[in-house]
Each structure stands twice: as C-alpha cells, then as structure tokens.
Ligand binder design. Structure first.
Ligand SMILES: [Zn+2]
Length: 455
C-alpha cells in the first residue's frame, strides 16, 4: 500500500514539473518567439547582417526601404532618405530604434502559429504612420542644424513626422562618424533624447496652477523684473512685466511670475504634475520605449523657483512633450501615439489591428480648455499670427540656456486648433537661438506642408 502511495506522489511531482516546464516554455515562446526568429543570426531573414525581407512604406504607400538585388535599398529620393533615416533605419542596424530593427518581426512576417510563413514570399509590407512629404519638409526647414521635429495627429495618435538631425544618407554613409558634425547621429532624438525644456515647461507649471487652485486665473502677480528669493538668490526677467495674470505670464514667459508660482505650489506638487503630464515615464510607442524625462525635487527655494521656469535640472523627451500638448489639444484626453499604420502580407492581406481608437482622460476638460486658450493667446499676443499664415496655432516657445558660451536651444511646441487639421508638434533646434522665431519657423514650414496635403 505504501509503495502505491509513493509512486502516486512521484508521478504527481513529475506531472507538475512537466506542466511547469511547458508553461514556462509557452510563456517565453509567446513573449520572445518573434525576437528569436528575427534575431540577426537567423540566416533565413538576414543576408550579410542586412534584413533580407519586408518593405517599409510611408502612410500613403511611398516606398522607404526594401530588399532588392541582394541588398537593403532605400528610397530613390536622397532628401527623403536623410529625413527618414531614424524612422526607417539603415542597412547596418546602427539606428537602434529604426523600424527595420524594432519592427523586424512585422517585416519578416513571423507569427506564433505558422512561424515565418511569409519568408519565402519576401516578407510583409510595413506601413508607418509618417508622411514622406512632411519628413522632407521638416528636414529641409532644419537647414542642417541639429535637433528634432515631431508632428502627431492628436486625435488618432498617428505620428506624421519624426525627423532627427544630424543624419546621413543610408545609401552613401560617411567614411567616418567622428567629429562634432555627427554627434549622436545614431540616436533618434525624438524617441531617445532628453532636453532642458526651457520655458516650454511653464505649461506644466500652468497646468499645476489651474488644476490645484480654483482662483489661479484671477490671481494677479506684479513683475518688477526681479524676484528675490526667501533663501537668497533671485529670478530675473528681461524687463519688468508689471501686473500679470497666469495667461499674461505664459504669453510674456515671465520668469518672476512662474518662479513665484512654483514656490506657491511647492516641490511635491510640481513633481506630481510633471508626472501627471506624462513627462517622467518612458512612453511605449508600438512597443518602442522613449527616454524618460526628469524633474528633480528641489531642495532649496532657488532650485524650486527655477524648476517652475524649466531651467533647473528639468529634462524632457520630445515624444513625451508631444504627447502632453496632444492631451491639451484633445480636450484633456491622451491619444495613444503610434508609428505603425498597418502591416500587410505579400498578397496585400492586412495583418493585425493597428488603428483602433483609444484615448485616456489625463487632464480635466476645463483645465485643458483653459490651457488651450492661453496657448492661443501666446501666439496672438507675442509670437505673431502673421508668422503662421492661414494657421490657427496654439503654442509655447522655449529658449533653453545650455551654458559653455553656446547659443541656447530653441524650442517651440503646440498644436493647430482647427479640428480639420488636428496636428500637434514639437520642434527643437539645438543652439538655434530664440525659440519662437527659430523653432517657430521650422514648425510653420512643417505645418504648412501638413495642411496643404489636406484636400
Ligand atoms: Zn516678468
């Protein structure tokens, strides 16, 4: 009798082990199968290290990359190749977040049931959400300066433009990437970099004020051009702005007022709203993680005041900032930013669902509407509507000091208020100078191209 019991126990243990092993294998297979299959040592997909299957196209079907005559080949348009290097990738896989690398399993047509069924037929067609014409317009407007340009449809979440500079021609890469000219060239600055936000961060401080204080819009602050801080140190403005409301302070980018607001709100509240704005976490865009921003909780009043102005240790990622202004534009609801429009099998059969409507309320409708009105006011009062002919722009500029005797970074972010052209944007021109004029000009060029495309 004892023997039978023992055998039953042993059998049960063995069965349990088998079940556990099988579960672990299945979970790992589901989670990593695509990676294993498209790992670049898998000779079936790769030829001499290059992805040998699949085509990458823009949202209108314009070819960006394909495998032809034994090698990975890019668009015949040189400007488009340079403009889309970071979105698409390069044949050596230097661009870590390029579609050819991060979406390789979509291109190879790997799936859990059939494995690599479409390998023999040349792989799938991956349609990105980006628009080739906007890519080119953004690249040209940057005039070779380093930085990033990003445009998204704030309702659907489609990223319509994602350009990073410096760049190079993937069909004719330079012999050497040394030197300042190619500094950070393999980095997609939209997804993987962080910048001092400068005054664009005042949007976060304004959001915190509006959301946490019922009287935020009525409060009047008097700017004398200098704010002496209780613990020593001071915040200055280029001139005395006089009596300003929150809306005036944002338009004139009054440092004294925003330093004062940050002191009123306190370090914990400021940090909480930077978090709520989605600026401190990595964003996942179709599984591609962005860099994380940073808000260092200030330890003294001077740091706290400057943090509310965007000049302390604050750091933001362009894609996260693009999402934040998209939330304001979209009435407080966050769209899910995306880069994949669709994936089609070699015979044109759509695979998977990539354009399901999705949004999540982040900011109350009231606060989003007020922020939007303030950003419209910025353009009307200070940046000049005439600099954006025919467009209804809501925006905030930033001029971020970088030190070292260099020109500041120029930033400009916001959106179009016309529901027919729901485009949000983020532009940074490194060492470009003044935000609203330099980065504003780039934004205008891209937005004009985007609006012109609408029938
Ligand atoms: Zn001021």
């Amino acid at each position: 009798m004892h023997k039978v019991k023992n055998r039953t126990a042993i059998l049960l243990v063995l069965l349990l082990l088998l079940a556990t092993g099988l579960t672990v294998y299945l979970v790992r297979y589901i989670r990593h199968g695509a990676e294993w299959a498209s790992y670049s040592a898998n000779a079936g997909y790769y030829s001499g290290g290059e992805l040998a299957v699949g085509r990458v196209l823009d949202r209108h079907g314009k070819l960006l990359s394909a495998f032809r005559d034994g090698k990975r080949t890019y668009s015949s348009d040189e400007t488009l190749r340079k403009a889309s290097l970071h979105a698409v990738g390069d044949r050596y896989g230097y661009i870590g977040t390029g579609a050819e690398r991060v979406f390789s399993s979509k291109l190879t047509g790997y799936d859990l049931i059939n494995g690599a069924y479409s390998l023999r037929s040349g792989g799938n067609d991956l349609f990105l959400t980006v628009d080739a014409e906007l890519q080119k317009a953004a690249y040209q407007a940057m005039k070779g300066r380093k930085g990033a340009v990003a445009v998204a449809d704030y309702v659907s979440g489609d990223i319509l433009c994602m350009v990073s500079l410096p760049t190079y021609d993937p069909e004719d890469p330079p012999g050497s990437f040394d030197g300042e000219e190619y500094e950070g060239v393999f980095l997609n600055r939209v997804l993987s970099s962080t910048y001092t936000p400068g005054s664009t961060f005042k949007l976060v401080t304004a959001y915190a004020m509006l959301d946490s204080r019922a009287d935020a819009e009525e409060e009047v602050f008097t700017c004398t051009g200098k704010l002496t801080l209780p613990g020593g140190g001071e915040v200055t403005c280029p001139r005395a702005h006089g009596e300003v409301t929150l809306s005036d302070a944002l338009a004139y980018s009054c440092n004294c007022a925003f330093g004062h607001f940050a002191l009123e709100l306190g370090a914990d509240t400021m940090a909480a709203y930077a978090e709520k704005a989605g600026l401190l976490d990595a964003l996942s865009i179709d599984g591609v993680s962005t860099a994380k921003g940073k808000y260092r909780k200030a330890e003294n009043e001077s740091d706290l005041a400057w943090s509310g102005i965007g000049q302390d240790k604050d750091l933001v990622n362009p894609a996260c900032m693009l999402r934040f202004v998209s939330i304001i534009a979209n009435g407080g609801k966050a769209p899910k930013l995306r880069l994949i429009q669709s994936v089609h099998s070699p015979v044109g059969f759509p695979l998977g669902a990539y354009n399901l409507p999705w949004s999540k309320r982040v900011i109350s409708a009231r606060v989003a509407e007020t922020l939007k009105e303030m950003m419209v006011n910025d353009v009307e009062k200070v940046y000049g509507s005439e600099n954006f002919p025919g467009l209804s722009v809501a925006a905030k500029s930033g001029t971020a000091e970088v030190g070292g005797g260099k020109e500041p970074h120029a930033l400009f972010t916001g959106f179009l208020t016309d529901p027919e052209t729901p485009y949000a944007f983020f532009v940074i021109v490194e060492n470009g100078g003044r935000g609203s004029t330099v980065a504003g000009e780039v934004a205008n060029a891209v937005l004009q191209a985007a609006v012109a495309k609408k029938p």
